[in-house]
Write a protein that binds this ligand. Structure first.
Ligand code: AMP
Ligand code: MG
Length: 341
């Protein structure tokens, strides 16, 4: 099916607007925490505001859509009914930075567009959105991403990844937020692109993952949070392939971009206990890394499947590598699995 001609432009605009809102909220973390006496309230506000802003831009420019997103507005409605309006008001105020005149009802209505309704079918494609991926990074003042992808016939055909704190400069440490951030996007069969977070699309540069320089230590990229992936199994597997550099650890889907742009060689996500990955945590990144020339699969080498609803039921874990490393990495993971712990 032909790609909607404006879909990518609108998706980029939506992600950029959401990134602006999240960025300004992250800069007032301490204030928001004091105001709401709850450590998590800033991310709650940012999650809802980000989803409202993305959905409003999609709807205003492209008309009605279906979406599988992480948030719905039920908790906000419940709070309002109980007379607690602080979070809803903060969401509304935050969204107003890029959506002027939006009322509390407008914002709640926009958030709910992300909730799969039985009336709208997914047959003609749907969005998947993670309004803030990498919650812990967001709360730490560090890395996180806004992730939006379009899925049609089980395939991801478009992906946009906004990383408000990720520098285009490889030399800048992940815990030193870049003032402009970066944004990555891809369309199926048309390549992947990167640009500064606040740039125009015409300023984007094609992302092409080069072959690895032989004899350089291998660099792994993984979650900061050791409950999302086994750092230990990753280190054991990678250790079979050669000398290792210090792993790069960051929160959110920016890990796909880090491999796609050649800053790391491998992204491993090796969850424990049968955890099923969610499509919004991987769809945009998987397309971007694939279009940049990387190999992506699950931890057993199976193709990532995005057509089973919110959960990636057919897969376990994620492996993204420079092409030539994919076979060796899957082989090493298999060896480690057979060695036991
Ligand atoms: P990251 O920032 O890459 O560590 O991952 C953030 C994402 O991990 C969140 O959006 C969650 O959906 C997902 N997540 C939550 N619990 C787990 C788990 N036990 N294993 C793997 N991923 C998880
Ligand atoms: Mg997430």
């Amino acid at each position: 099916m032909a790609e909607h001609p404006r879909r990518l432009d609108v998706a980029i605009e939506a992600v950029q607007a959401a990134c602006r809102v999240c960025d300004s909220l992250q800069k007032q973390l301490a204030n928001l925490q004091k105001m709401h006496k709850n450590d998590r309230s800033p991310v709650t506000v940012a999650d809802f505001a980000s989803q409202a802003v993305v959905n409003n831009i999609l709807q205003s420019n492209l008309g009605p859509f279906s979406m599988i997103a992480e948030e719905d507005a039920q908790t906000l409605r419940d709070q309002i009914e109980a007379g607690e309006t602080a979070i809803a008001d903060a969401v509304c105020e935050a969204a107003n930075q890029v959506w002027s005149g939006a009322t509390r009802d407008d914002v709640i209505g926009a958030i709910d567009l992300g909730h799969p309704s039985s009336e709208r079918s997914h047959a003609h494609g749907y969005w998947t959105l993670d309004p803030i991926d990498g919650t812990k990074g967001f709360l730490r003042g560090g890395q996180y991403s806004v992730c939006l992808a379009w899925i049609e016939g089980g395939e991801v055909t478009l992906g946009v990844l906004g990383c408000p704190n990720l520098s285009l400069d490889f030399g800048r440490p992940f815990d030193d937020p870049d003032p402009h951030g970066s944004i990555y996007f891809a369309s199926a069969h048309e390549g992947a692109w990167e640009m500064r977070g606040d740039a125009e699309r015409s300023g984007a540069v094609r992302l092409e993952r080069l072959h690895r320089t032989e004899n350089e230590p291998l660099r792994l990229c993984e979650s900061v949070d050791g409950s999302h992936t086994s750092h230990d199994v990753a280190e054991r597997a990678m250790g079979k392939l050669g000398e290792l550099a210090e792993p790069l650890r960051l929160d959110g889907q920016g890990k796909y971009a880090v491999v796609a742009r050649g800053q790391a060689d491998v992204y491993l996500r090796l969850p424990r206990g049968g955890y099923i990955e969610r499509i919004w945590d991987h769809a945009a990144g998987a397309l971007i890394s694939h279009e940049a020339g990387c190999a992506a699969s699950d931890a057993r080498g199976a193709q990532l499947e995005f057509g089973h609803g919110a959960g990636m039921d057919a897969n376990r874990g994620v492996v993204v590598t420079a092409q030539e490393l994919h076979g060796p990495v899957i082989g090493a993971l298999d060896e480690v699995a057979h060695e036991g712990s």
